[in-house]
Ligand binder design. Structure first.
Ligand code: NAI
Ligand code: MG
Length: 361
């Protein structure tokens, strides 16, 4: 049977960038005999408009059955005042939670043609290619007890950082597996100097390494130093593994090493299914960009590179992922630019579809 994909274009520019991914998928079918069973469904505001919920049970069930989910983006001003329980992002959170997508992969890769775009000096970022693995389903965003309580005559806000051994072990394994497919190097970041969960994190990562991945080069770093090193000399890293909170902050920091939001893909992986493939959802890092929706200005590259990650991590088609990433690199080197990639000296930007055309060519 063909591998299956569920496409959830979502809101705003989601459907615009996903249309270019559909063309890429069709290209692989027509030219490389790599055919997917593709189905499409609603998520976010468009699902709320039709069904009164940002993700129906039927859509959730379909997501559980397919080999991989591709998501565009959700949200927009029309939904900002909805009740929390039916907000578009609840659809996204439900997918992550029920599929148990605990390992969030955020690459920070600097294409040479865009090195001038980085917030840093060109020498520091040229050729950069690192991967941050963020634990996504536990830690301080989920730990109990939590809440705002009254203590005496003032209020206290409480969140609890909590990690079990197995939660740390599974995300560590995911980072080590990834490292073996890259430069075989993992740096684990926590704050073992001041946090109990940090001590456990460091111990468990080291134990998994020694028992199962002794061939991978492992180092440990305090997360605050990690933030500094990411900006000072990011090329020292290959794979960085870290918890939910530090990963949130460090991955946004790493993102700015590379330039536009329109370039950044991501993957969220869970445990292997019966067929050996991990539960998986792939999505661009950017949101629904209401300011440019419907104008043909959206950069489809983040979404296309998310599909390249699907080829690599869900379908074991690393060579085709390389082919697609190489096409993106070539069109950028040839000067193709959507509006978000235009420098201050201007020039004429191309449209979403024209960028898709260039990559396909
Ligand atoms: P955003 O990522 O949608 O946009 C931020 C800025 O980047 C805007 O100026 C936008 O035009 C630009 N931009 C983003 N993607 C681009 C692309 N592919 N090509 C060219 N330019 C691009 O973030 P914002 O404005 O904070 O949020 C807008 C809506 O998206 C909100 O409703 C928010 O909740 C939602 N959102 C959804 C996410 C998701 O679905 N994963 C993630 C972030 C925000
Ligand atoms: Mg963030």
């Amino acid at each position: 049977a063909n591998p299956s994909l569920l496409i959830l274009p979502g809101d705003g520019i989601g459907p615009e960038v996903m249309a270019e991914v559909r063309r890429v998928i069709d290209w692989f079918g027509a030219n490389k005999n790599l055919t997917f069973d593709v189905s499409e469904d609603l998520v976010g505001g468009v699902a709320y408009d039709k069904h009164g919920t940002p993700l129906t049970d039927e859509t959730m069930a379909r997501a559980q059955k397919v080999d991989a989910v591709l998501l565009g983006a959700v949200g927009g001003p029309a939904y900002d005042n909805l009740d929390f329980s039916v907000k578009p992002e609840r659809g996204l959170l439900r997918l992550r939670k029920e599929m148990d997508l605990f390992s969030n992969l955020r690459p920070a890769q600097c294409f040479d043609a865009l090195a001038d775009f980085s917030s840093l000096k060109k020498e520091i970022v040229a050729g950069l290619d690192i991967m941050i693995v963020r634990e996504l389903t536990s830690g301080v965003y989920f730990g109990e007890p939590r809440g705002i309580h009254k203590e005496g005559n003032e209020r206290v806000g409480i969140n609890t950082q909590r990690y079990t051994e197995s939660e740390i072990a599974r995300v560590a394994r995911s980072a080590f597996e990834l490292a073996r497919k890259r430069s075989n190097k993992v740096c684990s970041m926590e704050k073992a100097n001041v946090m109990e969960s940090g001590i456990l994190w460091r111990d468990v990562v080291q134990e998994i390494h020694d028992a199962e991945y002794p061939d991978v080069e492992l180092s440990h770093m305090y997360a605050d130093n990690g933030a500094m090193q990411l900006v000072r000399a990011p090329k020292q890293f290959d794979v960085i593994v870290t918890d939910n909170l530090f990963g949130d902050v460090l991955s946004d920091c790493a993102a700015m090493l590379t330039g536009s939001l329109g370039m950044l893909p991501s993957a969220s992986l869970g445990l292997p299914m019966a067929n050996g493939r991990p539960k998986a959802m792939y999505e661009p890092v950017h949101g629904s960009a209401p300011d440019i929706t419907g104008q043909g200005k959206a950069n489809p590259i983040a979404c296309i590179l998310s599909f390249a990650m699907a080829l690599r991590y869900s379908f074991d088609e690393g060579a085709y992922a390389d082919l697609l990433e190489g096409a993106v690199e070539k069109v950028l080197a040839d000067g193709a630019r959507t509006a978000d990639l235009m420098g201050p000296d201007g020039g004429t930007p191309i449209s979403t579809t024209e960028m898709g055309d260039a990559i396909l060519a």
